[in-house]
Design a protein around this ligand. Structure first.
Ligand SMILES: Nc1ncnc2c1ncn2[C@@H]1O[C@H](COP(=O)(O)OP(=O)(O)OP(=O)(O)O)[C@@H](O)[C@H]1O
Ligand SMILES: [Mg+2]
Length: 444
């Protein structure tokens, strides 16, 4: 078995205390502990965080219960080797959870584990919330497998250290690709490819037999492979969907400024429609090239969803708010269809929003517009945003050359340290509520 038993960690106890005190307001008492073996897919047998109610035996429970998921349990010593002692030159980025390091697993480390680059996320030591997010991530991502969810390879649980080991995504996050200074502009077809694949990831979660609400859909949690395949990461805030006759899950309000659905902010009632709203925000980001929340803009433009929504419906206005970096290089019909979709996702009435399955079907249609007007939906990375029509073979060769240039460019950025002192993730109801007040009088 790949599982290496690690020492029982004291912080698990604090993690669960914290859950009871400040994190999730669970309306129903948790069910009694159940010993379940899971399969690493979308089956009904998926275990939940509430299945681990006996905190004194939790670490053993975790490795036993997740034994079927093929997760590796790494020692801290192994992760030091993998990340060159957590060298600062290996830092890929840092969010609210802690720093993320690039590492490399060689084929001698564990039998059956292929040599591969990985990303290692180290939990910050402060606070119990991080511990709960760590555990939530292991439990959800350890069991869910899909081409558009990032793969969790394993974890480390030693003394005070909680770490997560993921497949390495060479192009980092969509947030970095869209908004980082000096980043190369993503062409329209790539933006729609990313929207489609992220939507497929979300639809998979919502349509699971035991559905999952992701709760943290945003550009920084969409990671990109070398060919711009999009995968969702960060399941620390995920929740099991409502069961039986329940229409929603009641939680403490948590999420990120600019992405959380208004009704969720007001009531704490979480549904899959909350994720659909957040998807609408990301779609609006892809269309406009603006961040979900930008404090440097005039007041009425700071919240992208509130500012953009009325303009998404009207073709004449849409042209004015489309990302200027695209320089008009997009299918107008496709852009209008995507904008209509964003408009619906951003409805203030959750029931008026489409399901993620409907979203996937709509974006699939965009391929046809792109193919009609631009020849292909396949990514052709330019060195600049202005894209040439890739119809001719000659031009396709040129685009390929550009891909290499693009990759080099980004590697330089990957090696730059990207540290943020504070993550935009919001753990305060009051802060989110204040944020909402800017947009309460917007159209439904
Ligand atoms: N599997 C991965 N492969 C490559 N880079 C990654 C991977 N996971 C994370 N990163 C990089 O690390 C950065 C930080 O990720 P992290 O999820 O910790 O924070 P975040 O999403 O930016 O913020 P938040 O805490 O609000 O979720 C990402 O923006 C991305 O660039
Ligand atoms: Mg993240």
């Amino acid at each position: 078995m790949k599982v290496k038993k690690s020492s029982k960690s004291s912080w698990f106890t604090s993690c669960f205390k914290h859950q009871e005190q400040t994190t999730f307001k669970i309306t129903e008492p948790p069910p009694p502990p159940v010993e379940k073996k899971i399969t690493p897919d979308n089956s009904v047998q998926r275990i939940s965080i509430t299945d681990f109610s006996n905190i004194s035996t939790l670490p053993e429970d975790l490795s036993t219960s997740l034994a079927g998921s093929n997760l590796y349990i790494f020692s801290l010593a192994e992760l030091k080797i993998i990340t060159q002692s957590f060298s600062s030159t290996n830092i890929l980025g840092e969010g609210g959870f802690g720093p993320v390091y690039k590492g490399f697993i060689d084929d001698k480390l564990r039998p059956g584990l292929d040599a591969q680059p990985v990303a290692v996320k180290l939990l910050n030591q402060e606070g119990g919330q991080g511990h709960l997010e760590w555990l939530t991530e292991v439990i959800f991502l350890g069991q869910l497998r899909h081409p558009h969810l990032v793969k969790l390879i394993g974890y480390c649980l030693e003394d005070e250290h909680g770490l997560l080991v993921y497949e390495y995504m060479p192009r980092g996050s969509l947030e970095n690709q869209l908004f980082r200074r000096f980043s190369v502009c993503l062409p329209w077809s790539t933006r729609m490819k990313i929207a489609l694949e992220a939507a497929k990831g979300l639809a998979f979660l919502h349509e699971a037999k035991k559905s999952v609400i992701y709760r943290d859909f945003k550009a920084s949690n969409i990671l990109l492979d070398s060919d711009y395949t999009a995968k969702l990461s960060d399941f620390g805030l995920a929740k099991d969907g409502p069961e039986g006759d329940d229409t929603h899950v009641s939680t403490r309000v948590m999420g990120t400024h600019g992405y959380a659905a208004p009704e969720y902010l007001m009531t704490g009632h979480l549904t899959s429609a909350s994720d659909v709203y957040s998807f609408g925000v990301v779609l609006a980001e892809l269309l406009t090239g603006r961040k979900s929340m930008d404090k440097s803009l005039p007041n009425r433009e700071q919240n992208l969803a509130e500012w953009a929504r009325p303009q998404l419906k009207v073709a004449r206005k849409l042209n004015r708010i489309m990302d200027p970096r695209l320089e008009g290089q997009y299918s107008e019909t496709g852009a209008q269809t995507a904008a209509d979709l964003a408009y619906q996702c951003l409805s203030h009435r959750p029931k008026a929003r489409p399901t993620m399955t409907m979203v996937v079907e709509t974006i699939e249609l965009l391929k046809n517009f792109n193919e009609m007007e631009f020849g292909t939906f396949v990514y052709n990375a330019p060195t600049e945003c202005k894209i040439e029509s890739p119809k001719k073979e000659e031009e396709q060769k040129d685009s390929k050359k550009d891909i290499d240039g693009h990759r080099r460019h980004h590697r330089q950025h990957d090696h730059q340290r990207h540290r943020r002192t504070k993550s935009p993730v919001v753990h305060s109801e009051i802060d989110l509520y204040r944020n909402l007040s800017a947009g309460t009088d917007s159209p439904p």
